[in-house]
Each structure stands twice: as structure tokens, then as C-alpha cells.
Design a protein around this ligand. Sequence first.
Ligand code: PLP
Length: 438
Amino acid sequence: MELFPADLPRSNTELYARSCAVIPGGVNSSIRAFKAVGGTPYLVERAEGAQVWDVEGTRYLDLVQSYGAIILGHAHPAVTAAIAEAATRGTSYGAPTPGEMLLAEEISRRVPSCERVRLMNSGTEATSTAVRLARGFTGRDRIVIFHGNFHGATDALLAAGGSGVATLGLPGTAGVPASAVANTLVVPYNVVPQLDEQVAAVFVEPVAANMGVVAPAAGFLEGLRAECDRVGALLVFDEVITGFRLGTGGAQEMFGVRADLTTFGKVIGGGLPIGCVGGRRDIMETLSPLGPVFHAGTLAGNPLATAAGRAALAELTPSAYELLRVRAARLSALLTEACATAGLPAVFPVVGTLVGMYFGSALGAGVAPTNFAEAKTTDEAMYRAFFHAMLAEGVALAPGAYEALFVGLAHTDEVLEAIGAAAAKAAQVAAAAARAAG
Ligand SMILES: *Cc1c(COP(=O)(O)O)cnc(C)c1O
């Protein structure tokens, strides 16, 4: 089989049209469509390090990085070698493996609250399993989530959303019955809600990274911990983005707050499909086969994904995180300077290794949002112009105004300076467009 048949047209528009004839919207994850920014997506043929090439041979410096699943850069040799070696031994068995044990041990070692770890196939599977587990463990039904936090495509947590849902401008989604979210309470981010004894769990992105990047306010996570303890609810950190990206122990280490359950995905799969729920032993052992809360998955703990994840984690040393922090700060500074010089109002907030973006001056010059209501005031038209101008300059951002910018170990100083130079030009174009629009 040819991975890229010679007779395929090397045209984004032709291949996208053909994709649309067989795949709804031409995409397998709705946020990849250019619906929010207009135009036609580029189709990727290959990627390496900080670069992706589309089917037309155009090269982009990539800040999408699989929405954060990639942290070492694309096709990192250690990850590629681990996957290749694992593949020669078989791709899935339906029996336990040493590889999944080793990855689970590594996760547990780095994140001490994860006394037990269950691996699965996506972040969505992790959050949906955590919902079931929290309800099964506490015997309560109510779940509390925060406006603008995103926990994947699972019914109970789609009462409102950050990433895709906000971009598409829908108040939730069709197809979720009222009964599925009847026990889901959506409250504003960065305010500790008052809970009662009906609450099974509070789910939170400890650093919100699906409404731009929003830091937890001082005392917010500590307050959630105390309020959960007061009523006997579980505190669930959704670290699908922050886990193994902010640092060795994720957001809970950075902010010194211990979660009862933590969900992971993205980085721990080294770019392959993975998800994980970790947490307190007594809670985790409520999962089947030890306890009454069912969980199973044909491909869960997949040997390729666990090999890729272990290879990725092996590179993520404390000094690697130090480098990522320096680079995140540098990217933010370069983009800030580019926009300021062009007279384009924009803020690029940094939390550790994460960089966000906010366009316009609705909150006041240089002010970053602290919750979803504020994040929603971002100037989407301004982002559309900046996004397309950056693409024209050879830099790929996510096609939505509420995504993070993902800096990885492949974003060397040289790459960052090139992104900064592209941004200087793109910001002029976007500023001119904003002036023309009045
Ligand atoms: C991406 C994401 C998810 C969903 O993970 P998938 O692997 O896409 O299902 C859940 N929570 C957060 C915070 C995420 O960013």
C-alpha cells in the first residue's frame, strides 16, 4: 500500500472537496475545520520538528502541534523509534503488557496524587470515565463544571464548552438530551462555588487552556479543594492539556493543590491516541474489575501508544521544562511586540509553558481575560485576519480564536525568531484590515 498514492492531486482544495464528499465537513475533529476563520484547511502530508508540510509542499512553522499532544516536536526520533519497534511486536493483544505497567508507574511517580492509574484511548474517554467513577464512588449525581472549560466530547460535560463549542457559537450541542446534563451545573471560572452534599465532583481545568489561556486566580484551586472537602465531593483536575506540559507534576504540582482524580491525554501518548484517569487508591479501586464502576476498552493501554508515551516522557526532564518556560515567554514577547508595533491590540498571556491569545481592547489595553465571559469578548474578526496573514507568512495557528499556542522542544530560538518576524508582517496586515473595517 502506498501511504500517499502518486495519483492523488497535490491540491488542498481538491483533496478537501473530496474529503467533504465522504467525511462530514471534511474533518474528523470539528475544530480542525476552518469554519471559525473561513477558507479551506490545508491537508498535511508530513511533519518534522516544528514544521508541517501540506500536500502542495507548502511549509508552515507549526504552533498547533496536534492541539498539545505533541511536545517534543513532530516525528521526534525517540518516539518514532519506540513506535516502530513496538509495531513489529504486534499492535494490540487483548491481554495486559509490561509497557502499560511501565507508563502507569511513570505517571504515578511524577504525579503523586495518582496512586492508581487506568489507561484508555482519549481525553474524552478519561473525562467520561471520571464522571462515572465520581458518581459511583460518592453515590451522588451532581457534577459541577466551569464556563469555558472544555472536557472533551462527552454528554454530561457538554452543558457548555470552551474550545470547539464556543467557537461554533452553540450553547452546548444538539443531540445531548436535557436529562444528560440535568445534573451538570455550569458556574463561572475563577470563583469558588458554594457546594452542597448532592455534588459528586467538581471538574476543573486547573489552568484553563480552551478559552485562550486563563490562569487560576490566587486561591481559586485551594478554595475548590477546601469546598470539596467540606461537602465530601471529589476534586477532579482535567489535566489533559496541562499534564506533563506545565512541568513534571502538571498543574497540581505547580499550584500545590492535590486532586482526588486527574484526567490526562495528549502529551502522555506521544502523539498517539491515549487517555488516562489517575487518582486516590480507594476511589480508583472502585473501578471494575475490583469495584462496581464499569470500565473497559478493546485498545486501552495500547502497546504503540504506551511506547510512544514512555518515549516522550523520557525526554521531559526538569531542564526540558525550564527550556519550555523560557520559550513560551519568548514567543509571547515576540508576538506582543509584533502586534504593539503594528497597532494591533492583542494580549498573549503566559502560564508556565502555555501561551494564550486574546485580540481587541474590550477589556482595556494589555488586559487578559480571567473567565469565559471576558474571553468571549475577543475580537474574532481580528483573529481571523491575523490567522490568515500568519498562514500566508508560513506560520500555522489553530483555526479558532480560543485555542492555545503550543510551544515545544522543537521550537528553537531560531524558529521562534522566524515566527516573530512572520508575526511582525501579519500584524501589519491584520491591523490594516481592522482599520479598513472601521
Ligand atoms: C483535548 C481535551 C480533552 C479531550 O481529549 P481528546 O483526546 O480530544 O478526547 C479533554 N479535556 C481537555 C482539557 C482537553 O484540552
